[in-house]
Design a protein around this ligand. Sequence first.
Ligand SMILES: C=CC1=C(C)c2cc3[nH]c(cc4nc(cc5[nH]c(cc1n2)c(C)c5CCC(=O)O)C(CCC(=O)O)=C4C)c(C)c3C=C
Ligand SMILES: [Fe+2]
Length: 415
Amino acid sequence: MSSEKTSNKYSRRDLLKMSAIAGVGVALGAGGFGAVTAMSDVLAQPSSKENKKINNDVIPFYGEHQAGIDTPQQDYMYIAALHLITDHKQEIIKLFKEWTNLSEALSKGSVKTASSSNDFLPPADTGESEDLTSSNLTITFGLGPTFFMKNGVDRFGIANQKPKYLKDIPLMPRDAIQEPFVEGDICIQVCADNQQVAFHAIRNLMKASNGVAEIAWMQSGFLNKADGKTPRNLFGFKDGTANPDNNDKKSLNEIVWADQDEPGWMKNGTYMAFRKILMTLEIWDRTSLKSQEDTFGRKKMSGAAYGRVNEHDSVDLSQLPANSHVRLAKESGQQIFRRAYSYTDGIDQTTGHMSAGLAFISFQKNPEVQLIPMLKKLSQVDLLNEYTKHIGSAMFAIPGGINQGEYLAKNLLES
Ligand SMILES: C=CC1=C(C)c2cc3[nH]c(cc4nc(cc5[nH]c(cc1n2)c(C)c5CCC(=O)O)C(CCC(=O)O)=C4C)c(C)c3C=C
Ligand SMILES: [Fe+2]
């Protein structure tokens, strides 16, 4: 999980250079909120603390693929969906440029200060990550079906660039989707090994979108990955055992990265599926160990499939209960790349039960073939359905990664 140890050596000159690349000055907030200094402006203002941070935990924002997909999974996640409140493509381009600069800076931990050059303006940075390192922060942007076409209107003249499989996940037999956890024009997934760093990033990205987009929903998540072991979900089972190895480029090419026949801006991109799945912990906790294990077809402590000894031993489907989760998922004959997080949302006031579950996130090149039939089968007969309820659903196209000097989804917005 760790990257090379380097000290934070951004000089005032580096910061000035970065600011020049960013090329963004002062943005005016909408709705009478007054002027606020754009975050990228702050890069030119070295903080007194800038040399005290040791950044040995940086995942580059730029690259072939967006970070936050095949990069090692961090401990904390926020995912948010936004609705655009403008019809002007130029405003989207401006926002995406600002987000690009900001994301690069946040990923490097080089947003230095919450101070402002003008004491009569709000500080550009909200400040809560001031003394913290980047904590392997990654920021991943996605575009929902309504980014391309909303209520039959091609708002930004890019409907012909819509990726092949980008559509809402169809309603499944047992779905109990609750507002507001449906779709969104844009999604931002932020992950980091420090929750405050992750929150700071998503908060400041939201802040930068003021007047152009507004938040539709947000979900936080966490994950335990002690000693390099497979993390356990809130049912206490190892979750991720059969996931493709994130370092196995061949598998990811087959499973995750978009095909050649997609629009050019999807090259090295993928599709993200999001499902918010409530797990009824109180019922599960009163369920016998045997029934719990039958639900998955794996042993709870070892994670081994039925009839096997170790977690990663091959699965003999005939040994697993007919409607067990793993058997059904495997029988679909498809693979997806899961990057899920547990969540807790306090107590459900109507039931008095815990609001907790899985923020299920998967990446795949063809959701229509890889995901939807699997989801359908699971939603019909999975033993796990006794203990779960799908309450949120969304699909996003994830543009490919970008190089320095480019901005997010440039190839799409300038097509
Ligand atoms: C549509 C896809 C899937 C949903 C939705 C889903 C929900 C879900 N899963 C668990 C817990 C486990 N899932 C496991 C394996 C597994 N799950 C899926 C797909 C979905 N899960 C797949 C493709 C697989 C791998 C199947 C295989 O090839 O072996 C496991 C076993 C360990 C593992 O491999 O990760 C667990 C445990 C929960 C709790 C949940 C919803 C709340
Ligand atoms: Fe699963």
